[in-house]
Structure formats: C-alpha cells, structure tokens
Design a protein around this ligand. Structure first.
Ligand SMILES: Nc1ncnc2c1ncn2[C@@H]1O[C@H](COP(=O)(O)OP(=O)(O)OP(=O)(O)O)[C@@H](O)[C@H]1O
Ligand SMILES: [Mg+2]
Length: 255
C-alpha cells in the first residue's frame, strides 16, 4: 500500500532523510521509533505529500507521491494524518468538526456525513459529547475527536505522529485504546510513537530511524526485545531506562 524507495530529503543543505526504504502492506501496523530529529515527522509528511523530496520514490496505492502534482489532494484524502496537536476548529461542536471534511471536502450530503460522524464518535467513546465544543473536552477526548475526524474521510491508511505525546499521562491510555481497535479492525497504520509497550503489543513491524536512515527493522519482538544495532540498543536504553531492549516479561499494556 505504501512503498518508500531510497528517499532523500534536504532542508536547505542539511540532509534529513538519507535513503529511506520500507514498505507497508495493506492492514499492517508499522511503528516508527527513533530519537528526536531523526526525521520521523519529515518522513510521514513526505508520505502524504506535505513535503517534497529530492531523490527516490514514494508510492501510495500505486501512485507516485509528488507534492507538486495537482492531484495531490486526491491522494491526501486517502491517507489520513493525526498529529500531536489536535487542531480542532474551536468554534464548532464536536459533531461539526467531524462532519466538516466529508461535507466540504468530499461533497457528501449532510445527512450521510452526520450519520457517519455520530457512529465514529460513538466508536471512540464520545457519544455523549456531540454538542460539546473542543475547549470543553480533555486532551484525550480532543485527540479522539481528531481521530474520528480523520476516519470520517474514510482513509485507506492513517499516519499518526506522536498522537499521545501532548497528553497528560492518565489520558494516554484512552487514545491508545482507540488505536488498538483500529489496528484490530485491519486499518493500515504508520505510528510514530514513544509508547514502547503499545508498539510491542500492536505493531506488526517496528522501524528504528536514526539520522535519516532506517538502521533496523523487524517484528516488535526482534527490534524491541533483541535489538541487533548498537544505536537501537542505546536508544531503547534511554527511552526505557533499562539495559537496551524490553524485558520479555515487561509486556504490560498501557491501560
Ligand atoms: N521545515 C523545516 N525546515 C528546516 N529544517 C527542518 C524542518 N523540519 C524539520 N527540520 C529538521 O529536520 C530534522 C528532522 O526533523 P523531524 O521533525 O522530522 O524529526 P523527528 O524525528 O520527527 O523529531 P521529534 O521526535 O523531535 O519529533 C531535524 O534536524 C529538524 O530540525
Ligand atoms: Mg516529530
């Protein structure tokens, strides 16, 4: 579904992606981990055409991603993106936030958009909040609205960029739970995350990005429990505060 081949990306003269290769199959959940500044957000932005890249190819659903292409919006509609900050419209209700895209971007009839928006908000546990405004919600609730809003456009895949890192710790679990449900339903997802327990539990594959290169990838067990690369071991040691790699019995879930 997503194919990335030898992608290089520079900002001014600084190369931040240095030949990234990986593919994501339909229904696969790939967690992208790596230190700050390693290029994770840039890679996601290249995949959905928010950034250009100088070398290599990115194909989404068989179509080459080129952010100068006038059809780029068609592609973007098929690849949802959920950010660290939720960017909801503050003066619109929760329901209107979720209906906005289908009505104004996809030209759906209001009744159809409303029906799906209500179903999605119920799915993310916010059936009681249709008429609330974003400022009346917790961060976790706002992020769940943002996920429902992304789903309302019926994307083929969703890119998550640290969806829980702006949240208070006690609100992280409710957002991860929604993402778990999506993964179990077969949604294709790339998730940039520091939630290693979530990655361990949900990821079909974990890719470790370091200085613009994927230096290690494999199953969650391989990469998180038995990292082969020194750089992966160092990173995990810092993130987990342990000996590099998760203890095999440390697989508790983030409730
Ligand atoms: N618009 C930009 N202009 C110039 N440099 C940029 C721009 N966006 C990102 N960079 C640089 O590219 C590199 C990769 O940034 P990126 O945001 O992709 O990292 P990241 O892995 O997502 O980091 P973090 O974990 O902190 O979010 C960094 O050195 C950053 O400073
Ligand atoms: Mg980032």
């Amino acid at each position: 579904m997503i194919e990335i081949k030898g992608v290089h990306k520079k900002f001014a003269h600084v190369e931040v992606l240095k030949g990234v290769n990986f593919t994501v199959a339909e229904g696969e959940v790939v967690c992208l981990i790596g230190p700050s500044g390693s290029g994770k957000s840039t890679l996601l932005r290249c995949i959905n055409g928010l950034e250009s890249y100088e070398e290599g190819d990115i194909y989404v659903l068989g179509q080459r991603v080129n952010n100068k292409d006038k059809n780029i919006n068609n592609l973007r509609r098929q690849i949802g993106m959920v950010f660290q900050r939720f960017n909801l419209f503050p003066h619109r209700s929760v329901l209107e936030n979720v209906m906005e895209g289908p009505i104004h971007v996809n030209g759906e009839p209001r009744s159809v958009a409303e029906k799906r928006a209500k179903a999605l908000l119920s799915m993310v546990g916010l059936a009681e909040k249709f008429n609330a405004f974003p400022a009346q919600l917790s961060g976790g609730q706002q992020q769940r609205v943002a996920i429902a809003r992304t789903l309302a456009l019926q994307p083929k895949a969703i890119l998550f960029d640290e969806p829980t890192s702006a949240l208070d710790p006690e609100l992280v679990g409710e957002v991860l739970q929604v993402m778990r449900t999506l993964a179990a339903e077969g949604m294709t997802m790339i998730v940039v995350t520091h939630e290693m327990h979530f990655a361990r539990e949900v990821a079909d594959r974990v890719c470790f990005l370091h200085s613009g290169l994927i230096v290690e990838q494999g199953s969650a067990e391989q990469v998180l429990l038995q990292p082969q690369e020194l750089r992966t071991q160092d990173f995990l040691r810092r993130v987990l505060g342990s000996g590099g790699g998760m203890p095999p019995d440390g697989v508790q879930t983030c409730a």
